[in-house]
Design a protein around this ligand. Sequence first.
Ligand SMILES: *[C@@H]1O[C@H](CO)[C@@H](O)[C@H](O)[C@H]1NC(C)=O
Ligand SMILES: *[C@@H]1O[C@H](CO)[C@@H](O)[C@H](O)[C@H]1NC(C)=O
Ligand SMILES: *[C@@H]1O[C@H](CO)[C@@H](O)[C@H](O)[C@H]1NC(C)=O
Ligand SMILES: *[C@@H]1O[C@H](CO)[C@@H](O)[C@H](O)[C@H]1NC(C)=O
Length: 254
Amino acid sequence: MVLMAKLVCHSRLLLLIIVFLSLHPSSQLQQHTQSQTLLKIQQLLNYPSALTSFSHRSNIRDFCKIEPTPSLTLSCYEGNITQLHIIGNNGFPPLPRDFSADYFFATLVGLPSLKVLSLVSLGLWGPMPASIGHLSSLEILNVSTNYLSGTVPLQLSYLRNLQTLILDHNKFTGQVPGWLSSLPVLAVLSLKNNMLNGSLPYSLASLQTLRVLCLSSNFLSGEVPDLRNLTNLQVLDLEDNYFGPHFPSWSHLC
Ligand SMILES: *[C@@H]1O[C@H](CO)[C@@H](O)[C@H](O)[C@H]1NC(C)=O
Ligand SMILES: *[C@@H]1O[C@H](CO)[C@@H](O)[C@H](O)[C@H]1NC(C)=O
Ligand SMILES: *[C@@H]1O[C@H](CO)[C@@H](O)[C@H](O)[C@H]1NC(C)=O
Ligand SMILES: *[C@@H]1O[C@H](CO)[C@@H](O)[C@H](O)[C@H]1NC(C)=O
């Protein structure tokens, strides 16, 4: 009888343990993956001062509780990281030669709930890789003031929730891509201070959601499309390019 009770008791405990394990593993695994991803980011960025708080184990375990600073903000929703802002010092030199933008952006896929991502003045260099297209929750991307080069990758067009795209102060080349007009909710497009050339795609004129368009300080040329149908447009900055000789009239903007 006693033995029976013990067995029952044991099996209850076992049941409890099984129930506990089956309730928690995915969220704990998710927490663990995100912690590991943050540590990897710190390493790949060559331990920038913005991320010194990651060096405390308790911070990395409870990353959602890290106090925001001007150089680091991390926001969570129910344990998942939704916002990550890492801001380095202006004039930060390029990361060492062994930095791989491919590997770095592929690592960010370990934060699948990321909606807002700022990676500013961190010395990122190299082409922006195709894996950026896997960050499918992204709504705001700001990678200004780095050394990113190559063309604006097509895979950004997979980010169907993208509202704000800021690639200012980098070394992007090639044209302003026509597929930007396929982004259904794009409101802010800023590609200032790059090395973009060629003429603007006419499809820009159909980006109904656009509020801000900043393309200043590039090598853009040719006719500017008639943007009069962009009724939400509030800011248009095309300065310091080679546009012309004719400009459409934008009387509605004034
Ligand atoms: C957190 O992320 C995991 C893995 O992506 C997902 O299954 C879960 O639904 C997310 N939770 C919330 C509250 O968004
Ligand atoms: C991008 O982020 C940096 C750092 O937070 C900020 O200073 C800059 O204004 C942002 N760019 C835009 C266009 O909002
Ligand atoms: C744009 O620059 C590239 C080199 O980056 C050059 O090959 C191409 O001819 C240029 N296109 C125009 C239209 O100037
Ligand atoms: C503006 O929109 C109207 C109605 O959709 C269209 O007929 C016209 O061609 C558009 N104009 C330009 C310059 O895109």
